[in-house]
Ligand binder design. Sequence first.
Ligand SMILES: [Zn+2]
Length: 353
Amino acid sequence: MNWKNRICSSVDAVFRHKSLSLQLILLYMRKIVILLLSIFVLLACKRTSQVAKVEEKAITVPAFSSDSAYLYVKKQVDFGARVPNTKAHEECAVYLASELKRFGAKVIEQKADLIAFDGTVLKSVNIIGSFNPKAEGRILLFAHWDSRPWADNDPDPKNHKKPVMAANDGASGVGMLLEMARWMGQNSPTVGVDIIFFDSEDYGKPASAGGDPAEDSWCLGTQYWAKNPHVPGYTARYGILLDMVGAPGATFYREQASEYYAPRVVSAVWSQAKSLGFGQYFKDEKGGAITDDHIYVNKISGIPSIDIIQYDPNTESGFGAYWHTIYDTMENVDKNTLNAVGTTLMHVVYNEK
Ligand SMILES: [Zn+2]
C-alpha cells in the first residue's frame, strides 16, 4: 500500500508545472496510471490467493480408512494361505496386481524362479505399483505378500507342518498399502511413490532343521529385486517396510537395523506418529534387530530403509504370540492398529515435498 501512494504523489508533483491542456492530458494519464495500478494490485492479490490455495492443497492429507484397509487384509486371507506354488498364491497375485491397476498405478509383475534353502523352486512374483512414475523424488513402501508354509512356532507340534494364514505376517502390511494406493490414485502426493509387494519372504529355513540358520534363506523376493530392480539404477529417498502391523494393541519399537541404516527416517516416522496421538503404538525405545526385507534394500540397493514391525517384549521370539502359528488369523487384526500406522504413513508421504 505504501508503494502505491508514493507513485501517485510523484504524478501530482508533475501536474503543478504543466499548462492546462497538458494538465488535461496528464489528468487522463493519471487516471490510466491509477487504473493500471489497481488492476496490478488486484491481479497480485489474486495470484497470492491462488498460491495460498496450492500450498493448502499440498498439505491436505487424505483420511486413511481402517475399514477399507481391514477389508483388503481379509480379502487376501480369504484366498487361503498364500504359500508359493499354490492356487491361493496364484489367485492372490492376480488380485493384488489388478487392484493396483484399478487405483491408477503403473504396475510391473516381476516374475522369477527362486530357489529355497531346501532346493524347492518357488514360482515367485514381486508386484510393483508406481504412482507419479516420472517424478525424480521417490519414496519406496513395501511389505511381503506370501504366507509361511509351516506354523513352526505353534505351541502344538502337530501344527508345525500346517501353513500360516498370515493375516498379520504379510497381509496386514499389504492391505494397508492397498488402502494408501487407493488414495494415491485419486489424490496424488507431490513425490513419486513405489509400492512393492515382495514374494517369498517367509520360506526361510525352520530352526528345527538345525545346522546353519541360513539367514539369507529369508526375503528371497527382496534379494532378487535388489539385484534386479524394476527400473535400472532405481533409487528412492528412503524406504519403509510394514510387517505385522495389524495386531490389537501392537507396539512398534525402533528396530536396530533401521536405527543403524536410517536413523533420521525412524525419527521422522516416530515423531509423526507421536504428534498424531499414536505414541502408545510407536514406542520411542530400542527394539530387536530383525532379519527382514529392509536389510537387503539397505545393503544391496543402498536406499535407507526402516522396518515398522511389531515387537512384543513379553514373548520369547519378540514377535506377537500369533507369529508363525495357526492363530495368525483375522481375529488378530485390529482396525485401531491399522488406523494408527496407516494414518501416520499417509502424513509422512503426503508431507513430503
Ligand atoms: Zn513370517
